[in-house]
Design a protein around this ligand. Structure first.
Ligand code: HEC
Length: 120
């Protein structure tokens, strides 16, 4: 019984470690995909009507700090389109960390695009 309990605790710890990446993926799908696309390629109905359109995040030329800045302050906060929401009001700093890591991962082509495509 005790051994069974221990292995349940260990399994829970392993799941907790995998959490940040999965959290970034979930936050992206819940908050960003409707504008930037499930594959982050900017191919959404909204992109066909707003100017400038939500860009393809896989090909962004922004660096990590600039991505964090526009996500935290919104488009308006950095002198760009107010259509890009200000996530600093809506997400916790931990959630911002997770979603920014997810987006920078897409740009570098490490796993993110694959995981976004898989969730289709
Ligand atoms: C309501 C639509 C909308 C939603 C939802 C949205 N965005 Fe955006 N986003 C935009 C638009 C429009 C722009 C382009 C702003 C501009 O160029 O002036 C943009 C720009 C960006 C950029 C700058 C990319 C570049 O190469 O310049 C990043 C990064 C970004 N969004 C990340 C996110 C993340 C992360 C989320 C979710 C937490 C998100 N966006 C949710 C509309 C949206």
């Amino acid at each position: 019984m005790r051994a069974l309990l221990m292995s349940a605790v260990l399994m829970t710890c392993a799941a907790a470690q995998a959490e940040p990446a999965r959290e970034g993926d979930r936050l992206y799908r819940e908050n960003c995909a409707r504008c930037h696309g499930a594959r982050a390629d900017g191919d959404t109905p909204i992109a066909r009507v707003v100017k400038p359109p939500p860009p393809d995040l896989r090909r962004t030329s922004l660096n990590d700090a600039q991505i964090r800045e526009i996500v935290t302050q919104g488009g308006e906060g950095v002198g760009r389109s107010p259509i890009m929401p200000n996530w600093g009001f809506q997400l916790s700093s931990k959630e911002i960390d997770a979603v920014v890591a997810y987006v920078t991962g897409l740009r570098e082509g490490v796993g993110g695009v694959k995981s976004a495509a898989r969730s289709q």
